[in-house]
Design a protein around this ligand. Structure first.
Ligand SMILES: *[C@@H]1O[C@H](CO)[C@@H](O)[C@H](O)[C@H]1NC(C)=O
Ligand SMILES: *[C@@H]1O[C@H](CO)[C@@H](O)[C@H](O)[C@H]1NC(C)=O
Ligand SMILES: *[C@@H]1O[C@H](CO)[C@@H](O)[C@H](O)[C@H]1NC(C)=O
Ligand SMILES: *[C@@H]1O[C@H](CO)[C@@H](O)[C@H](O)[C@H]1NC(C)=O
Ligand SMILES: *[C@@H]1O[C@H](CO)[C@@H](O)[C@H](O)[C@H]1NC(C)=O
Ligand SMILES: *[C@@H]1O[C@H](CO)[C@@H](O)[C@H](O)[C@H]1NC(C)=O
Ligand SMILES: *[C@@H]1O[C@H](CO)[C@@H](O)[C@H](O)[C@H]1NC(C)=O
Ligand SMILES: *[C@@H]1O[C@H](CO)[C@@H](O)[C@H](O)[C@H]1NC(C)=O
Ligand SMILES: *[C@@H]1O[C@H](CO)[C@@H](O)[C@H](O)[C@H]1NC(C)=O
Length: 803
């Protein structure tokens, strides 16, 4: 005991000095990161700054609990916003806790999200000299360099949407716009060197793609470009002179001066040069690729037209009798407000839209055609949505272009042709002015935050734990655990005195009390499932887990009703369900107080591989008992709806207790007592197929399904695929196991193939086979084919008897 105490003291000292050793701010200048150290998302001063302090690199908040590792201009603009110049993980923001950018000893720079084992971004560099430093230099370049001066990786080689002065655009890189002003993930427009050595702008979404710069109506040389510049390099110097190997040259309007500059492909698809007006704190456009912004493809979406507006730039409007599909985003386009009869039976009219054009997507080219012949052509063709009709004065006849898709729409007084839109006869042809064009403003939410619903495990990412520390931890912790277990042991003995006492022990806490118990909510131990969980110690020294619910409904339910529901949960008493000791509902705060579980969640333990086969079997059985009790022996309405390894907690003997039950009900806004939940609760990968179909009832079988997935995860050591949103079976654990069984053709070989070979302990092949088959039955596509939870308990108990 004395020895372990000593060791744990040494451990504590070690822990408290370790951050100093690895901290970048302590041992090296703030503009370099050393091998083996990292920048953490939580520390507000974990940044790298360029020596001239113009540029900063660090975690940038892009939404609620969502961060991207970025480079930005240190000084904010006059409106307080920051100019983002580069992002490492624009499409995969990381959690606001426990995420880190680390420079490994191997020379690899990696970005880790809190709950993932694999890095979500890395430079995949290697260096044997062990002298690599990460720096941000005065030109805004972020790079890894070793002592010999070799640059292993640099951000200048992988731009996002911005080029800084002297940063080259090459054949290996392209610029991709952001999705919108507030959404920094990859958007629809790209600037790149095409295969013919010419720099172009292209629009591409999931359906369409099209080049819009240089103007596709001209041939390359007519736009002054040269296809023989095979080196493919373009860049702008700091005085505003742009040079490209395809003979694209331009000077910005303020060329010669030396302000701060950047070249950016904006979310509207235009490519612009900007100069910083330092005194006013704004960026000024000093050049742009496209002056008529309506020539940018895709900007207004399908079934809408664009007009150039001198003040607002461009103005999108739906076609007459059409409405916007998504009021916050024009790129979704517009849909008809009327119904089309099936093709062939129906009569049509044509709506005349003067001075309008839709670029491209012609089904035919018909020169010297009369208007009535053109109309007849469009009526006869099912795919025809309308046609463009234009008189060609040089040739002396009119040309008809029937269209099968109405995109890239343009309205301009300079354009002499007309569009004729095909509509059902029942639609009134009352269009005589612009009156029927609907000019919509974008209804922006104004809130640049995205909700990322992320769970993570607190312990899975501590990659830097030293073995010595681990050992001292274990000795110290063993002691504490023994004390706690002793304490719990006596406590539960007291509790057996009566059910009533357990029920009345359920307590209402004040917010202040819980705030104090959790030391102002400082020790976060988990997140997800409707709230953040903190560790706390009550005034009577009980260790508790306090869950602070994200309370969107702001207590629409009366407190009495809430209390009734929570106390129902509090009355549930089963050794495999986590105990609720109390609650707090004050104003917008809603908290639940649970017993604290020493060994954390099943998910954490699976990842660290601490469970042998006997423990795994016990956990499967215990979890099944807990769920069976919830479903069948107590009130019918408590479905769990979110069974997963994160919600199965383990006590000091690794006995499982199901947590978070009843929450789906508690958080239900309507408070209706039937089983009409808002659709799609739960966690991807563990969700039963019924959730995806509106007309299927949600029953306790959704929990059976999730339970089956958890069982397979425990047995195979594989995580369920998260990609099968569409309900497809590819990548699902049960399909994977099913395939292995089918491939074995009746023999038992598949069992060893499927079972996680890294788990300790022996298992009986035939018992394991039966166990897997039980899990597979739980994962049946049809809910009626799945057993009930108590049937599962039965099957597992018999399994143990056979043993
Ligand atoms: C910054 O890095 C770029 C690219 O490696 C290099 O060309 C430039 O000279 C560096 N600038 C400074 C001030 O070190
Ligand atoms: C840009 O400016 C440079 C020097 O000021 C000049 O030589 C060059 O011709 C200009 N280029 C264009 C395209 O105007
Ligand atoms: C519109 O698009 C935004 C972002 O792409 C999305 O969040 C929102 O749900 C959409 N709204 C509708 C009504 O589809
Ligand atoms: C555009 O209009 C056509 C014809 O009215 C329709 O078939 C198509 O679905 C519409 N596009 C969208 C995106 O709704
Ligand atoms: C256009 O068609 C008319 C009738 O078919 C024909 O008389 C005329 O010569 C054609 N014009 C040209 C320029 O081909
Ligand atoms: C449009 O038509 C008018 C006369 O109808 C003509 O004067 C003008 O030049 C035409 N514009 C273009 C761009 O062809
Ligand atoms: C956009 O165009 C419509 C139709 O021409 C017009 O009514 C509206 O005022 C325009 N909106 C803006 C902001 O210019
Ligand atoms: C659209 O925006 C303009 C400029 O912000 C504003 O003047 C106008 O009232 C808005 N129109 C609608 C219909 O909201
Ligand atoms: C941002 O854009 C991406 C890509 O289109 C989309 O998947 C994501 O949902 C958007 N985020 C928000 C908050 O709208």
């Amino acid at each position: 005991m004395a020895l372990s105490y000593l060791l744990s003291v040494i451990g504590l000292i070690f822990i408290s000095i370790t951050p100093l050793i690895s901290s970048s701010s302590f041992s090296s200048p703030p503009f370099a990161l050393k091998l083996g150290s990292s920048l953490s998302v939580e520390k507000k001063d974990d940044f790298l700054i360029s020596p001239n302090s113009l540029y900063t690199a660090g975690f940038y908040i892009v939404g609620e609990n969502a961060y991207c590792f970025s480079i930005w201009l240190t000084k904010p603009l006059s409106d307080g916003s920051h100019t983002i110049l580069w992002m490492a993980n624009r499409d995969l923001p990381v959690n606001g806790k426990f995420s880190k950018l680390s420079l490994l000893k191997t020379g690899d720079l990696i970005l880790r999200d809190a709950y993932q084992r694999l890095p979500i971004w890395s430079t995949t560099t290697r260096d044997s000299t062990r002298t690599v430093l990460l720096r941000l230099n005065n030109s805004g370049n972020f790079f890894l360099q070793n002592r010999e001066g070799k640059v292993l990786w640099q951000s200048f080689d992988s731009p996002t949407n911005t080029l800084l002065p002297n940063q080259p655009l090459t054949k290996f890189a392209s610029l991709v716009s952001s999705r919108s002003q507030t959404n920094h993930s990859s958007g629809l427009f790209k600037l790149f060197f095409d295969n013919d050595n010419v720099v172009r702008l292209v629009y591409s979404d999931s359906k369409l793609t099209g080049i819009y710069w240089p103007n596709p109506e001209f041939r390359t040389w007519e736009s002054g470009r040269n296809v023989y510049g095979s080196r493919r390099i373009a860049s702008m110097d700091s005085s505003g002179h742009f040079i490209s190997t395809d003979d694209l040259f331009f000077n910005t309007s303020d060329a010669g001066d030396q302000p701060l500059r950047r070249l950016t492909i904006d979310f509207d698809g235009n490519f612009r040069a900007y100069s910083l007006d330092k005194s006013r704190g704004i960026w000024q456009v000093t050049w742009q690729a496209i002056s008529e912004t309506c020539k940018i493809h895709g900007s207004c979406g399908e079934n809408s037209t664009c007009s150039n507006d001198p003040i607002y730039g461009r103005n999108c409007s739906c076609l007459p009798n059409h409405k916007m599909i998504n009021r916050t985003d024009w790129s979704y386009g517009c849909e008809p407000e009327f119904k089309w009869a099936s093709c062939g039976n129906g009569e049509y009219n044509f709506l005349h839209l003067p001075h309008s054009d839709f670029w491209g997507y012609d089904s035919r080219y018909m020169p010297n055609t009369t208007l009535s012949a053109c109309k007849q052509e469009c009526i006869n063709s099912c795919s025809c949505k309308g046609f463009q009709y234009k008189h060609d004065w040089t040739k002396g006849f009119s040309i008809c272009y029937p269209k099968f898709l109405l995109v890239n729409g343009l309205r301009s007084a300079n354009f002499n042709g007309s569009m004729y839109l095909k509509v059902p006869k029942s639609i009134p042809l009352s269009l005589n002015s612009d009156r029927d064009f609907q000019g919509f403003n974008l209804t922006c939410s104004g809130k640049p935050t995205i909700q990322l619903d992320r769970d993570y495990d607190i312990n899975s990412q501590k990659e830097s734990i030293k073995y010595l520390m681990l050992i001292t931890y274990v000795f110290g912790a063993l002691e504490i655990i023994c004390i706690i277990c002793f304490f719990y042991g006596t406590r539960s003995r007291l509790n057996t005195e009566g059910y009533l006492q357990a029920a009345t022990g359920f307590k209402r806490f004040s917010y202040a009390e819980l705030k104090k118990a959790s030391k102002n909510f400082s020790e976060e131990i988990g997140r997800g499932g409707g709230g953040i969980v903190y560790k706390g110690v009550l005034s009577d020294n009980r260790v508790v887990a306090i869950k602070h619910l994200y309370n969107e409904s702001s207590n629409k339910k009366g407190e009495a009703e809430l209390l009734a529901e929570i106390s129902t949960l509090g009355r549930l008493n089963h050794m495999n369900l986590i105990e609720i000791w109390g609650y707090c509902a004050e104003g917008k705060h809603m908290l639940l107080v649970y017993e604290y579980m020493e060994n954390g969640s099943l998910s954490q333990n699976l990842q660290s591989n601490k469970l042998d086969w006997d423990k795994r079997l016990d956990i499967a059985l215990g979890t099944a008992k807990g769920l069976a009790y919830l479903h069948e022996e107590c009130l019918e309405w408590i479905l769990h709806c979110d069974v997963k390894p994160h919600n199965i907690l383990l006590d000091c003997d690794y006995r499982p207790k199901v947590a978070d039950f009843g929450l789906s009900k508690l958080l239900d806004r309507n408070g209706t007592r039937d089983l009409e939940f808002t659709r799609a609760r739960g966690t991807r990968g563990y969700m039963a197929p019924e959730w995806l179909f509106v007309n299927l009832p949600i029953t306790s079988k959704v929990d059976v399904y999730s339970y089956g997935v958890v069982m397979l995860e425990m047995i195979t050591g594989r995580r369920p695929a998260c990609a099968n949103q569409s309900g497809g079976s590819e990548g699902r654990l049960d399909s994977w196991v099913g395939e292995k069984i089918a491939a074995a053709g009746g023999k038992n070989d598949w069992i060893q193939e499927v079972v996680d070979s890294t788990v300790d302990g022996n298992y009986n092949i035939s018992i394991m086979g039966t166990l897997i088959k039980v899990a597979l039955r739980c994962c049946e596509e049809a809910k009626d084919a799945r057993p009930t939870m108590s049937e599962v308990v039965d099957m597992l108990l018999h399994l143990e008897e056979d043993e």
